[in-house]
Design a protein around this ligand. Structure first.
Ligand code: AGP
Length: 613
């Protein structure tokens, strides 16, 4: 959820309000920021690559004229490098329009070709500029701003939260949503827009939450909402009475739900500034990861517990698949006592959210004693694990309060993906072009992840949870890189709903667990488009043939066609599919536990960090 802000004032100066709104969003990862201001009969656009304070410094050094209307944006690049000319806002037509956008325009190449054939000249490599040109050229030809936006959005395929201003429509902002959130509030000086309600609470607690395919027209007097077909729709404001604790939860009923929703930003922050698209490589912001320092590594030994171990399983697929380096993996509590044998040149990779898990710390210490290089993927910079590591990769999930780990897991998977690329490039197994492709795939993942938080997605998973809340038990099945996601889905459900659930390799089911299958059992099958999709479809048929109820989760539409119920997931690179596939499983566990009246953030018998044996 990159940042979008806007304001239409009766009087005053909008620039400080826009920057203040962007600051509220600044805990999210982004690589550029900008504002567009209506100054008399022209638009002034100021935008800079880099963090928000780079733009802020620019505005202080050369202050723009005062303005009562403007929009602002922080960007997480999906198309085009993080450089000034790719930053938002983007101008359109003859400069009469400025646009900010968050999301992905999937058909932007077709639209761009059409516009270039009609004489449009593009300044950037972004998909957003296509929207700016469509709207700007329509306004240049005399169209009203709202009509120009409606016409453009009717041709767009993909997801968006966007806002547009025009020098020809003074006093108006037109905004629209399909996927990433947008909210509007009427305050003391005018009307305000933001992609995160937290940026509106200082103006008002009565907030209009736009729905998918809403288009809003803001003026200083208020907001009018229409649908894409132009029909007016009522969107009464909802009162947001969050107290300080609730604001800590971002207005969500539980920390776990807030943390699930934070995952697109966590992915960006963990990957942000470490992606070097130019060199097709990864630049870790901590010592110990150079080609020279990695040259002697011949094998990796993963040690971790619980959810972190599931991330370790996926790290094994990534490191072996991308860096062609052999990986062993062990429950830390088992590794400690099995009298392990390590070969020279072993990297002991400990994965831990807290960095204080006793079993993981002791396993890492034992590996170091046996001559391994102790490194870690960890969420707490000041933890024992990081202090005792020769090198570390910090996950940037922020504090994870919910006992059931969610955003830290997605951050661990992101870090493992980056590590596999770094190892592959250091060993000469991955070339620049392949590195660039893998990193570009990671950049595209964020909007795909965001699209899974649209209202319709969330409602669908909640309904599914209601239908399966009384199942006798759950079986989670997955293959290949998604087998560990089956383990993680089962663990999430177990630890917060107290229902029995087992994760299994899909191919292993016929060797015993299939005896569990009956109509009272629910089997969740994770299947993504990829090498093993047809094999997993056969596993679905085997469960169905024994009367089992199947929920298919993933990007494989053929699996959805044969399952009783399904949760579709966007199609991504197979290497990154676990990051998308785990979200519906986290939400399924959350809603089942909530419906069963369980204590979501503090489940019985559990502790956030198991610092004892
Ligand atoms: C995850 O949902 C569990 N709360 C638990 O398995 C946890 O992952 C495990 O205790 C490891 O914790 P760590 O990541 O802090 O080392």
């Amino acid at each position: 959820m990159c940042g979008i802000v806007g304001a239409a004032l009766e009087a005053g100066d909008v620039t400080p309000l826009l920057i203040g709104g962007l600051k509220v969003l600044e805990y999210r990862g982004y690589d550029s920021a900008g504002v567009a201001l209506l100054v008399g009969d022209r638009l002034e656009i100021r935008r800079r690559a880099g963090r928000l304070d780079t733009l802020e410094g620019d505005l202080v050094a050369s202050p723009p004229p005062p303005s009562i209307l403007g929009i602002g944006h922080t960007r997480w690049a999906t198309h085009g490098l993080a450089v000034d000319h790719n930053a938002h806002p983007h101008g359109g037509g003859k400069g009469s329009v400025a646009i900010v956008h968050n999301g992905i325009i999937e058909n932007y190449q077709d639209l761009k070709r059409e516009l270039e054939a009609d004489g449009a000249v593009f300044q950037s490599e972004t998909d957003t500029e296509v929207l700016a040109q469509m709207i700007g050229r329509a306004v240049d030809r005399g169209a009203d701003l709202l009509d120009a936006v409606l016409a453009a959005l009717r041709r767009v395929e993909g997801y968006y939260a966007m806002a547009a201003v025009s020098a020809r429509s003074p006093g108006r902002i037109v905004a629209a949503r399909n996927g990433p959130p947008l909210a509007v509030a009427r305050g003391p000086q005018g009307t305000y827009l933001a992609s995160d309600v937290l940026a509106l609470l200082s103006y008002s607690r009565d907030v209009v939450f736009l729905e998918d395919h809403d288009v809003a027209e803001l003026t200083a007097d208020g907001v009018r909402v229409v649908r894409l077909d132009g029909s007016t729709v009522e969107r009464p404001p909802k009162h947001v009475d969050w107290d300080a604790e609730a604001v800590g939860k971002g207005g969500y009923p539980h920390y776990m739900l807030k943390e699930i929703h934070e995952q697109p930003d966590v992915l960006a922050r963990t990957a942000f500034e470490r992606i070097d698209l130019e060199r097709g490589d990864v630049l870790f912001d901590s010592p110990g990861w150079s080609d020279q320092e990695l040259a002697g590594i011949q094998r990796v030994q993963v040690v971790a517990c619980g959810t972190a171990l599931h991330a370790g399983y996926i790290a094994r697929y990534l490191i072996e698949g991308l860096a062609r380096l052999p990986v062993d993996l062990d429950y830390a509590s088992e590794f400690r006592y099995r009298d392990p044998v390590l070969v020279p040149g072993t990297m002991a990779l400990a994965i831990s959210q807290s960095g204080e898990t006793a079993d993981t710390l002791e396993a890492q210490r034992l590996a170091a004693k046996l001559g391994a290089a102790p490194v870690s993927i960890c969420n707490v910079i000041s933890s024992s694990l990081v202090r005792e590591s020769k090198a570390h990769i910090l996950t940037k999930a922020g504090p994870e309060i919910g006992v059931a780990s969610t955003k830290a897991f997605v951050a661990q998977l992101t870090a493992a993906y980056l590590l596999a690329i770094r190892l592959g490039r250091a060993r000469g197994v991955l070339d620049v072009a392949t590195g660039r492709k893998l990193l570009a795939d990671l950049r595209l993942l964020r909007p795909q992840l965001e699209s899974m938080f649209g209202e319709h997605h969330l409602d669908h998973v909640r309904d599914l949870a209601d239908r399966h809340r009384n199942a006798k038990g759950f079986l989670f099945l997955g293959r290949g890189i998604n087998f560990p996601i089956a383990l993680e889905g089962a663990l999430k459900l177990k630890e917060i709903s107290y229902m029995h659930a087992e994760g299994y390799p899909a191919g292993e089911m016929k060797h015993g667990p299939i005896a569990l299958v009956e109509p009272s059992m629910t089997t969740v099958v994770i299947n993504s488009v990829g090498r093993v999709a047809d094999k997993v479809r056969s596993n679905i048929e085997q469960v169905k043939a024994r009367g089992g109820r199947v929920i298919s989760v993933g990007s494989d539409a053929k699996s959805h066609a044969i399952a009783e119920e399904s949760i579709p997931v966007p199609t991504s690179s197979e290497w990154l599919s676990p990051i998308l596939n785990v979200v519906p499983l986290q939400l399924l566990a959350y809603h089942i536990a909530n419906l069963r009246g369980c204590d979501i953030d503090k489940p019985r018998n559990l502790a956030k960090s198991v610092t004892v044996e």
